[in-house]
Ligand binder design. Sequence first.
Ligand code: PNW
Length: 451
Amino acid sequence: MIKTRPLSFPKKFHWGFAAAAAQIEGAAFEDNKGPSIWDVFPTIPGKVHNGDSPEVACDHYHRYKQDIALMAKLGAKNYRLSVSWPRIFPSGRGPVNPKGIDFYNRLIDTCLAKGITPWVTMFHWDLPQALEDEFGGWRDRRTVDAFATYADTIVQAFGDRVKNWITLNEIYCFIHQGYADGTKAPGHKLPAKVVNQAYHHALLAHGHGVRAVREHGGRGARVGLTDNCVPMIPVTETPGDIAASQRAFIERNVRVLDPIYRGGYTATYRKIVGKDAAKFQKDDFKLISLPTDFLGLNTYTGEFVRAGKGGKPEILAKPRSYPAADATWLAHASQAMYWCPRHVAEIYGVKSVVITENGAGYDDVPDAKGEIMDLHRRDYVRCCLRELHRAIGDGVPVDGYFLWSFMDNYEWQDGYRIRFGVVYNDYATQKRTPKLSAQWFSKVMDENRIV
Ligand code: PNW
């Protein structure tokens, strides 16, 4: 007899959706919110597709009640949201904006009333423009001081109800792409030494986020970083290629994971970064390497590695027709979802991994009946979940999965062209329509298994 074995997840597995303030809220200049670097970046010609700005986005600032209601209807028990720093401190520091605090109080209370646990990211890229203007943003240590105050403020304000905190979202993206290749705000192309110093400041901010939660988070508060370390997938699952993939993983992600999990700039860091290494002060690594409760991974794609001469890792180029999403960086390498959690557990001893983002971006178009048959997104996410299930089965400690994203939103330099939502957003009317993938994912969450 042929029988389907259920691909079930552990009992207390956390399923949910993820989003970020600047990508959905809109109301960019309302209720005293200060401008963020992402309000300014689209005004620089050629930086953002179509010059799209996050000024209105999904107008979630005004529609949060219906959005959270829809999220609850789809069965989500967890929601990863972010707080907009310039809504709380319009100039990055100085006086607090009470209207900003009010908004997140309303949002958090709405989530809780609907049985949804909020997971709050302190910083998801929307740096107050004032800090860029005054200090040069993350290039300057004074931005770290401002972040420390901001972190203290929001943990004190929301910590009675928020028990799951994420310090920063993807240091690589907002530092490397913001200051080295210039593809994201603030859009600079600076020398490696400056960039590595900016990395160091981001690491310090992470440390302050952890410290703030420990000092003010109250009982049961948990905190972690969300990283998008580059997953390294062994071409064959044999000891040689696996070892090569581990080595490649350490080397590629050395700027973030070594200081946090190995307590300093290791020999590997110094070898790779060389004379451009960041300057640090005596106690910096005490803060940076404070123990955390979980590591958030944003896993979308990965690199394939094989062992070359003497076991040396060789990262393989992907052929032109390797399958990918419309977001062209997103090659469909679902095995990343097995290997990335496994590598961080095996290499750095991470005891709890939470997938804080996974998904795929396409240019969805409603059909004649108004339905959105996003079989491509559903299939890719399903493949990723199978790999995650396999990882858990092999003993990798994975405790949650957040789908990026709840609804279509402002996709940074790709503007509104690329859609990552499982709920379609018609930007002209702000009408939300669940896609096929939303209905499917709703069942996954409900049955706690891959359906
Ligand atoms: C993440 N990569 O960014 C961000 O956290 C989200 O805000 C964003 O909307 C989402 O993924 C989709 O892009 C990434 O090149 C950007 O590997 C680029 C990469 C990974 C994540």
